[in-house]
Design a binder for this molecule. Structure first.
Ligand SMILES: Cc1cc2nc3c(=O)[nH]c(=O)nc-3n(C[C@H](O)[C@H](O)[C@H](O)COP(=O)(O)OP(=O)(O)OC[C@H]3O[C@@H](n4cnc5c(N)ncnc54)[C@H](O)[C@@H]3O)c2cc1C
Length: 415
């Protein structure tokens, strides 16, 4: 039986729009570390997340964050080694988990499994907070927020105390839904092609003219624990160790021009697997397609600022990244934890500014790296390919540089 929903008898302290992995993690950490009353509104139900086909590479740093909120383990496959190379060119880099004293560099999990574990951790955190009389959670499903408006702060009033955010939307039955809170968090995520229309002026936007074809594949010579990132002239191709419905294999993320993606999605299974073999090489033997293929258009959308008065954006609502190096959700989780940390003492616009200031560098570096990689590796001049090969070779030969990059991919600027 669902737990009774608390009635705050007035505005909530914090309204979170979007119960994807970032919104769920944020609500969980807020309940654990603050006493705020939270309303978490999602357009869908948890069952929708379970159907999302994405396999996500979570870094070791994200595992540490999820452990803090009791949302670990998530069923998945460890990445112990990563091999980065260019298709048909010299230069490669290998990363090994034991160079960093971690059991795995990351873990490949299904989006839906992660959301399930987060849902359970959130229910537990809500129960504990309520029992302790510190913090409350109200969940609202199947309600899409369409408008967020802030009261102007009356002249002379203290901005920390005055002002309310009003959220308006529509429930699944078509009824209007209204919420009020002292602060609102936009965690409504989204994908590049859905967001292009609603990014504000000044957003950093780039259409990579690439679509990710994702699928589960198996191969005749698997190499357990290894993940592969291979830059091809069409875009990066990643194979991540991953078990799907009990079948060990690889999660494929094959970034290529949209028309190629459409063609590959329509290919017969055997032909698709053969093309994958041509693009990746024969290191892992022959591929077999073991599941449905899905397409995700790719682009960068980064809001110039994440805070506007009493409203803050986190996760994909703040930035949608190219999936190269698997950073989108990892950065989103760091957004959530950094925000929760800033809201420990006060639920005010100033606390949001503190969050934005502290987190700015992590966000900027992660966006910069994930924007640079597909563009640099997309240049087709032969000289550029040599320069990239030389850079990969330099990374392989210069451990401090390699370690700095690997640590950023695992932890961001968090440590
Ligand atoms: C092909 C592909 C591969 C990827 N691989 C990786 C990877 O390996 N590693 C990695 O870290 N990241 C990866 N990402 C990125 C990752 O999927 C996203 O960064 C992550 O899902 C963002 O989480 P989120 O909670 O911010 O948003 P979402 O996952 O989009 O969740 C948003 C939630 O908000 C709800 N919602 C939406 N609009 C509204 C509204 N108006 N009102 C109320 N609720 C609303 C939705 O129902 C949903 O539950 C990949 C992305 C793609 C496309």
């Amino acid at each position: 039986m669902p737990a009774p929903q608390p009635d705050f008898g007035g505005p909530a302290d914090i309204a979170i729009v979007g119960g994807g992995p970032v919104g769920l993690a944020l609500a969980c950490q807020l309940l654990r570390t603050t006493g705020w009353r939270i309303v978490l509104v999602d357009a869908a139900t948890p069952a929708r997340a379970a159907r999302d086909p994405r396999a996500i590479a979570l870094s070791h740093g994200s595992r540490q964050l999820l452990e803090q909120i009791g949302a670990w383990p998530v069923p998945g496959s460890p990445i112990e080694h990563i091999h980065v190379s260019q298709r048909g060119r010299f230069g490669h880099v290998r990363l090994h988990h034991d160079d960093y004293g971690v059991p795995a560099l990351g873990y490949v999990v299904r989006y839906g499994e992660l959301c399930n574990v987060l849902e359970r951790a959130l229910a537990q955190a809500a129960q504990t907070a309520q029992a302790a009389g510190a913090g409350q959670l109200r969940r609202v499903f199947e309600t899409r927020i369409e408008r967020i408006e802030q009261d102007p702060v009356p002249r002379g009033a203290d901005v920390a105390d005055a002002g309310i955010v009003h959220l308006e939307g529509t429930g699944h039955d078509g009824q209007a839904a209204r919420f009020a809170a002292r602060l609102a968090v936009q965690a409504e995520g989204g994908l590049f092609h859905e967001q292009a229309a609603h990014q504000g002026r000044g957003a950093r936007t780039r259409d990579y003219r690439q679509t990710a074809v994702i699928a589960h594949v198996t191969c005749s010579r698997p190499q357990p624990g290894w993940a592969w990132e291979r830059f091809t002239e069409e875009g990066p191709l990643a194979l991540l160790p991953h078990e799907e419905h009990g079948t060990p294999g690889y999660a494929l993320v094959w970034c290529c021009p949209p028309e190629q993606a459409a063609r590959r999605i329509a290919l017969p299974h055997a032909q698709f697997a053969a093309e994958l073999g041509q693009a990746f090489g024969d290191r892992m033997g022959q591929f077999t397609l073991a599941g449905k293929r899905h397409a995700f258009p790719l682009g960068l959308n980064a809001a110039p600022v994440t805070v506007n008065g009493r409203v803050v954006a986190v996760g994909n609502a703040a930035q949608t990244l190219h999936p190269v190096a698997g950073q989108g959700l990892n950065l989103g989780l760091r957004d959530a934890f950094a925000l929760a940390d800033s809201l420990r003492g006060a639920c005010t616009p100033q606390a949001l500014q503190t969050f934005a200031g502290r987190h700015r560098l992590d966000r900027a570096v992660t966006i910069g790296v994930t924007d640079l990689l597909p563009r640099v590796f997309g240049v087709t001049y032969p000289l550029a390919a040599h320069a990239r090969g030389a850079s990969l070779a330099a990374l392989a030969c210069l451990p401090p540089l390699r370690h700095a990059l690997a640590r950023h991919m695992m932890f961001g600027m968090r440590r």
